[in-house]
Design a binder for this molecule. Sequence first.
Ligand code: OAD
Ligand code: ZN
Length: 252
Amino acid sequence: MEGLSQLIDRAAKDILSSRKTIAFTGAGISVESGIPDFRSADGLWSRYDPDEYAHISAFRANPEKVWRMLKEMMELTLGAEPNPAHRALAELEEMGLLSSVITQNVDGLHQRAGSKNVIEFHGTNDYLVCIRCGWRRESKDLSFDEIPPRCEKCGFILKPDVVFFGEPIPPEAQRRAFEEARTCDVVLVIGTSAVVFPAGEIPIVAKRRGAKVVEINKESTVLTGSISDYLLQGKAGEILPRIVEKVREGMH
Ligand code: OAD
Ligand code: ZN
């Protein structure tokens, strides 16, 4: 059995010998920035039933109730800072060793850490969109005085520009993400349970095309031992900087 240090060396070698590496991230990468994930014991879905809060039909039926949860999440994400895991991915890209970050997160922390090629598979909290006329505005100056917030064009209800269950993936993000998955030879899967589809297809598509799947997660997941070639078990904010350090050593 390889220990964590050996697996960190192995991941660094795989990245160094890869023609194209991508990252696929989920809520776990932002936990160390103070944003809870969804499915851990203290995750968001332990306090809010996703059937009542995450489906677009639930939002339409009771926007005021759903906005109470959204307000909590948006205040957290708008105030959060990137952590060493986000920064490590930005460094890898800067070094020319990471093609893109495909994220299921809506917190914008990859971009704030300096990542340039970020594909937001589930949209973003940084914008609000009218569910009637499509008018958009930035979230950052939202006062939250009026819940739900209203469209300045037509007066209807605004929703964060994120994908709810029952809504389609933004087509351009979906196209680019699967193109990356088909053409990479290493995918770093970080802090995701990988149970939500179609996002969960990304590592599977990469694997089918012959890519190595390197998993970094606190716990094993549905991918571990089947789709993943190996799991580096622990906190992303501790493991990713160690991988990047090894990659740097290996470059000269
Ligand atoms: P989940 O909550 O399902 O999974 C988070 C994963 O991160 C779990 O496997 C945790 O063990 C792991 N984790 C927690 N802290 C970590 C840390 N510090 N370092 C490394 N791993 C850690 O979140 P997602 O997979 O992102 O969709 O969830 C997918 C989608 O479900 C979300 O995008 C959202 C949600 O419903 C929509 O809103 C459409
Ligand atoms: Zn409108």
